[in-house]
Design a binder for this molecule. Structure first.
Ligand SMILES: NC(=O)c1ccc[n+]([C@@H]2O[C@H](COP(=O)([O-])OP(=O)(O)OC[C@H]3O[C@@H](n4cnc5c(N)ncnc54)[C@H](O)[C@@H]3O)[C@@H](O)[C@H]2O)c1
Ligand SMILES: O=C(O)C(=O)C[C@@H](O)[C@H](O)[C@H](O)COP(=O)(O)O
Ligand SMILES: [Zn+2]
Length: 379
């Protein structure tokens, strides 16, 4: 049984030439994390960017460990939530880092979920035309996805992550112990991105998740560590071959063409978390693939069944409140970063574990699918 296995410390390398770095994964990583940060620092001082919920639970311990390792630290504590990924908080963060006289050889420490990682990473990318940063992800979503690969940025009211830069971290420290305090809804939202990896490129991993993901949700640290490791391996491999999404890095966007439109439609609010939008978006991507005759009818049913078994949102019917009509959702997709020549790009699938990047998709089929799914929502 997976839950009898003590999780070990694992290491995944992101191979990007001079911008290469390690992801360390495991329980009880504070000491090793601090040692590795120390090795990267010419002067023994870091500026931590974090947010209120994470700070209340974990900041003191982090600062004590840094201090025990001979590193002084200052912390900026921002409000939690998606709305922090915005111009005002970016400005506040950059100005604070300037006030702290952060130099190019210093490190900014992003200590939080995907919101803090994306915002602090972007602040580091633009400050003095680029200072170094380290990701210490505290949510499942950030450990399996956002802390890795160097996509940093903030949202525009017109679309998700529309302002940003590619800026790779120098190190990622994914300490499993931090996940112990994550609320169940946020854990499951992060799980949406884990499922995505199985669906896009590893059918065996998806089958493993069908067996073990429920024990992950109830606290099985070994199962969590394995899922984080496999997700990071897959992301590292894709990012190493296409760092700036000129080609098949877009596979990591499975579920996101729909998901980002749904997040915009729900105002980047608690109505729909990013990972929840991705999970629903994955079901829609498989439904569209089946409708286009690319995969079997069973594939989307299997995706939705697994999400439901995990207690997750699986279809548009699971989003409470008003949604735009099909044309409205398609209009929101028009701001997607994968749009080429005015045409929306989708990530579709031939089967579970076999996704591909699809251009020139018949938008009448997309519209018909969305109209059917919207009509199936309870009034
Ligand atoms: N850059 C990328 O490649 C990439 C990839 C995926 C997602 N993202 C972005 O990541 C964001 C979503 O990330 P997220 O789900 O981590 O959201 P988040 O940062 O808002 O964290 C989710 C919630 O969990 C809380 N939290 C975080 N760690 C905690 C802990 N250890 N204990 C208790 N509470 C904790 C936060 O306060 C928040 O309420 C979105 O903005 C999304 O666009 C970026
Ligand atoms: O790293 C990537 O590449 C991804 O697409 C990962 C996604 O999970 C993530 O949500 C990313 O921020 C979306 O990228 P975007 O370019 O569509 O904003
Ligand atoms: Zn995502």
């Amino acid at each position: 049984m997976i839950n009898d296995i003590k999780p070990l410390r694992e290491l995944v390398h992101v191979n990007l030439g001079t911008r290469s770095y390690d992801i360390i994964i495991g329980p009880d990583l504070l000491r090793e994390g601090v040692e590795r940060i120390n090795a990267l620092l010419p002067r023994k001082r870091v500026c931590i960017v974090t947010e209120e919920r994470v700070a209340a639970l974990h900041l003191e311990k982090l600062q004590s460990a840094l201090s025990a390792g001979g590193i002084t630290s200052e912390a900026l504590i921002l409000p939690p939530g998606e709305s922090t990924k915005s111009w005002p908080h970016l400005e506040r963060t950059v100005e604070w880092l300037i006030e702290q006289k952060v130099e190019r050889d210093d490190l900014v420490l992003a200590f939080g979920g995907g919101v803090i990682g994306d915002l602090a990473g972007f602040a580091a990318a633009i400050l003095r035309r680029g200072v170094g940063f380290v990701q210490m992800p505290t949510s499942l979503l950030a450990q399996v996805d956002s802390a890795v690969g160097g996509k940093t940025g903030i949202n525009s009211t017109r679309g998700k992550n529309l302002i940003g830069a590619f800026h790779q971290p120098r190190l990622v420290v994914a300490d499993m112990d931090l996940l112990g305090t994550l609320p169940p809804r946020d854990f499951l939202a992060g799980y949406g991105e884990v499922v995505k990896y199985g669906l896009l490129g590893d059918a065996d991993f998806f089958a493993w998740l069908e067996l073990y993901a429920s024990s992950m949700a109830t606290g099985d640290v070994a199962a969590r560590a394995r899922a984080v490791q496999r997700s990071c391996e897959m992301k590292a491999e894709i990012v190493a071959r296409d760092e700036q999404e000129r080609g098949d890095r877009a596979l990591l966007n499975l579920g996101h063409t729909f998901g980002h439109a749904l997040e915009a439609a729900t105002g980047y609010s608690d109505r729909l978390l990013h990972g929840e939008g991705v999970a629903i978006g994955c079901t829609l991507a498989f439904q569209l693939s089946a409708r286009l005759g690319l995969c079997s009818q069973e594939a989307p049913s299997r995706v939705a069944a697994h999400l439901r078994a995990m207690g997750m949102k699986a279809t548009l019917a699971d989003i409470a409140g008003e949604l735009p009509d099909a044309d409205g959702l398609i209009a929101l997709m028009g701001q997607d970063k994968k749009v080429k020549d005015g045409q929306v790009t989708f990530i579709l699938a031939r089967d579970i574990g076999d996704a591909f990047v699809a251009n020139g998709v018949d938008m009448a089929q997309v519209s018909a699918l969305l109209a059917e799914e919207l009509a199936a929502r309870p009034n």
